[in-house]
Design a protein around this ligand. Structure first.
Ligand SMILES: O=C(O)c1cc(=O)[nH]c(=O)n1[C@@H]1O[C@H](COP(=O)(O)O)[C@@H](O)[C@H]1O
Length: 237
């Protein structure tokens, strides 16, 4: 069975929990995501611990955002860990995105457009007016022009972004919630089936899986629903 195109966000307080979640979900999903909580506590060692023997794809979500020279150095530092995907903030600008792309050529640099936790009202308060789609599309075009091979956006914008950047860019969507699940701090959400149908290549899902009493079964359930909705999903991611 091809693992589903899901990156499980291992937002765990400790390494033991993260490694346990990783071993429970990896038969069902293509990718595990390590973010700031684990990386800032354990550093590079966390990668080997969650990669384990399974060889699952590791997505390193550090959301780098600084001047180009600093981001290049940071990307170079983590490139030796061989993450399949490394995130930067598109809002850091084209030169910054390009610096990351050049510094970590073996990783797929994924540019985060507008965080999925932000609503239109939040954006307005930050001085970004208009529907989130506009800002997301602008940042997507900027990042792809700077060499980003992947973009992170919410499932609400993924169809518009796909239309803008074409078929070759990997579109990654957090803000994914099975029907009826608590949205928690996410503002722009959709179901896994919707995200995939609208053109996402990889769905980032954390708490709906890791917060379940049986993360393995939760991952298997979402993977089965995706296979049913889209039998060819997961061939690339
Ligand atoms: O880059 C990300 O992965 C990311 C970008 C974004 O806009 N929104 C977002 O939620 N994420 C990450 O995706 C994961 C979502 O987790 P859940 O809300 O628990 O499903 C978290 O690890 C976030 O850090």
């Amino acid at each position: 069975m091809i693992p589903a195109p899901i990156a499980v966000a291992l937002d765990a307080p400790d390494l033991e929990t993260a490694a346990r979640w990783a071993s429970l979900v990896t038969p069902h999903v293509s990718t595990v995501k390590i973010g700031l909580e684990l990386y800032l506590r354990y550093g590079p060692d966390v990668i080997a611990s969650v990669r384990g023997a399974s060889g699952v794809q590791v997505f390193l979500d550090l959301k780098l955002h600084d001047i180009p020279n600093t981001v290049a150095g940071a990307a170079r530092s983590v490139a030796r860990l061989k993450p399949a995907i490394l995130t930067v903030h598109a809002a850091g600008g084209a030169a910054m995105v390009r610096a990351a792309v050049e510094a970590a050529p073996a990783a797929r640099i994924a540019a985060v457009t507008v965080l999925t936790s932000l609503s239109e009202a939040d954006l307005e308060r930050a001085g970004i007016s208009g529907p989130p789609d506009d800002a997301v599309r602008r940042l997507a075009v900027l990042a792809v022009g700077a060499g980003a091979q992947a973009l992170v956006c919410s499932p609400r914008e993924v169809a518009a972004v796909r239309a803008e950047v074409g078929p070759d860019i990997t579109l990654i969507t957090p803000g994914v919630r099975p029907a009826g699940a608590d949205t928690q701090d996410q503002a722009r959400v959709a179901t896994p089936e919707r995200a995939l149908a609208d053109g996402a290549d990889l769905l980032v899902i954390g708490r709906p899986i890791t917060g379940s009493a049986d993360p393995g079964a939760a991952a298997a359930g979402i993977a089965a629903a995706l296979r049913k909705a889209s039998p060819t999903a997961g061939r690339d991611m």
